[in-house]
Each structure stands twice: as structure tokens, then as C-alpha cells.
Design a protein around this ligand. Sequence first.
Ligand SMILES: C[S@@+](CC[C@H](N)C(=O)[O-])C[C@H]1O[C@@H](n2cnc3c(N)ncnc32)[C@H](O)[C@@H]1O
Length: 250
Amino acid sequence: MTDHYSDYDPFAWIYNKHWGSFATRIVPVLDELVLDDLPPGARILDLCCGTGQLAHALSAQGFRLTGIDGSESMIAIARRKAPDATFRVDDARDFTFDGEFHAALSTFDSLNHVMDLDELTSVFRNVYRALIGGGVFVFDLNMEEGYRTRWRSSHGYVEDDHACIARSSHLPNERIGKTEITMFFRREDRWERSDVTLLQRCYDEDEVLKALGSVGFVGAKACDGGKDFGEELSRFPGRSFFVSRKPRSH
Ligand SMILES: C[S@@+](CC[C@H](N)C(=O)[O-])C[C@H]1O[C@@H](n2cnc3c(N)ncnc32)[C@H](O)[C@@H]1O
């Protein structure tokens, strides 16, 4: 049994306020890669769904969404944000559904948080099992170029009742991207500090495609998010979108 993933719990409120809209900004990419070909009312698994922005947007389009995430605090916000969707606290490396979904999505480098290739392969196996025959799996990953160019800065937000600074660094030899986040929340007459460190693992395109093939996915390909999908994503070089399909006969 894998350890339960709950690293986002202390960060959920700030994530929702300042980061979560990325999911909806990539809906045009998802339209092009998968959503335009789905039947009306198709069932979609949102793997590592975070605070539910994508589930909310896709439910509004008539899709039936199920979101899973390892963080109880992220799921609590998602339930409020997307009341038409179904949510479950679960780990991407361990969950089980049997042939239920027309598509599975995992956005905003969620699967970079899975820290070794064996565990990532387990995630792929779980998704494969969750899809119907012909079901499509789309996810994005930060690649080496993304860590090299974007994981080397800090940025922050200061508001009346909270402040937050995120410092990113890249450890190329360990293939790790690290984000250290310090948050301050005003509680009546005092400020409370909270810290969280989020780790991501950098994978090569070839090892990801091979791992998808090893669990049975076919037609696996990678698209360069920085080059293939217009201006919005060109600001994030080094993000690839992986698309693969479960064969119809299974
Ligand atoms: C960067 S956020 C992205 C959230 C959402 N997909 C979005 O686009 O806004 C990464 C999410 O992945 C979740 N996560 C990371 N590893 C996980 C795992 N092994 N199982 C379940 N959830 C995981 C985190 O809890 C977090 O909500």
C-alpha cells in the first residue's frame, strides 16, 4: 500500500485562490485533444482534480465528472465548487474503477508529483482499468526544459488577510523540481505562519510513452504545450501533453 498523498492539505485555500484557474485556461487544449470527440454526457475521470475548477467547467458543458485527489482539503473545496460532480479522496497510485469512463484527464503537472517511474506506471495501470474500451487518457507533465527555465524563481501574493511566497528550484541530478511555499494568514489580532514543500519528478518523454505502452495504452504521443497550443501556453515552455487510448477490444 502506497503512502496517502496529502501534501497539498495546508496549501489548499491559497492554491484555490491563486493557482487553480490554470485548469480552466487549458480547456481549449483539452477540447482539441479529447473533449470535442466525446459523446454528449460522457463520463470523465479528473485524476488529481485539485479544487475542482476543471470539474466545474466540464460539468457545465454537460459532461459527468468524477474527481479524485489525495488531499482532503482540496476535495472539500472541489465539492463546494462543482456540486454536480462526484468526488473521492483517493491516491492516484492506488485507486480502482472498472471500465467506467470515456476519458481520463490529469492537468497542471499533477502526475509530476508521482516520484518514481514504477509508481507512475501504477497510475497508468489504474487509469487503463478505469476507462471503457476506446477511452482516451490525456495528461500534462513538466519536462526538463520546464524545470530548467521556470523552476528558478520566486513569486508571491500579499493581501490584507494573507500573504504567500513560493520559491522554486531545480535539482537536475536528482531530476527533482522543488517548490517551497511560505504562507501567512491573519487570525484576528495575530498572524499564523505555515510552510509546505512540494516535490515534482522530471520524466523523459520516451520513458513516459514506454510506460503507457507497457500497461496496454495504444497510439501514445506527446504534444509540446509551449509550441502546439497558442499564446496562453507558450508562456509555459517545457510542458508536454500526453495522449493515449485504451484499445476498443479490451
Ligand atoms: C498542481 S495541483 C493540480 C490540481 C488540478 N488538476 C488543477 O489543474 O488545478 C496537483 C494536485 O495533484 C494532487 N496529487 C498529487 N499526487 C497525488 C496522488 N498520488 N494521488 C492523488 N492526488 C495527488 C494534489 O493533491 C493536488 O491537488
